[in-house]
Design a protein. Sequence first.
Length: 292
Amino acid sequence: MIDVKLKGLTFKNPLLAASGTFSKEQLGFYKDIPFGGVVLKTHTLQARSGNPGLRIMELPGGMMNSIGLANPGISELDISPFVSLDSLLIVSVAILDESEIEKFTASIRQKEIGIVELNLSCPNIMGKPSLEDLSDIKPLLKSIRAAFTETTIWVKLSVFQVKQKNAELLEEIGFDGITAINTLPGIDVDIHNRSFKFKNKVAGLSGRFLLPVGLKAISDLRKWTNLPLLGCGGVFDHEDLIKYLMVGADLVQLGSGIFSSPKRAEMIIKGLREYLESSNIRHINEIKGVLQ
């Protein structure tokens, strides 16, 4: 009824935990993991301490973050707490130039990771230039695709990268799917100290209000490409997930909504099943892409 089959992969349901929202510490919340897949936080080649100063700030209905891809480096990635799950494991990576590819592929093969999400979209890395036209890094993208010969690779885009020419380029190169969107860049101000609240000035904005933006991104991408699509942004209940499916998503990622309720994923899957049953829909494939 709710399983998803994509290019030889089977997800028990269409809901994934988005990158940076699920860790081994959260495993204790669940008797059975409710996700069809779990995307681990983005790893770079070298360890990163992340951005200085304030990193997370709650907002009504959402949050801002300036983590800055803090991680121990791809060689130190520990997937052992997740290997026994009945959810597929995906690792998010940020590969900054061609010299890093060989070490990334070695680590991915050694750890027997079958799915990678290539993060091109993080808005809050200090010193990282904004990238909107993927043709500017076409040689790098081609080299990454060629190196990961036995790995499924999804590419995560920001809303500013959701363009027809980018979608067509990713399909031409041979990537296996597109995730859209990441957080939106924003700023906030401390009026008493007359300063920006985040040291990096810009932080990533997430929350329920991203839903219309994410839906438009997936709807546009579905017009431009036949690649599998993963919707992300603003998901808080089963209706949000269904909306993503109806505009063309194959899978849907739950992001900051996880933090406000560890049981949210279970409620979403329960609500999805009830919707399908009450609507006499035998399988979610019947509603995928019905709105264009």
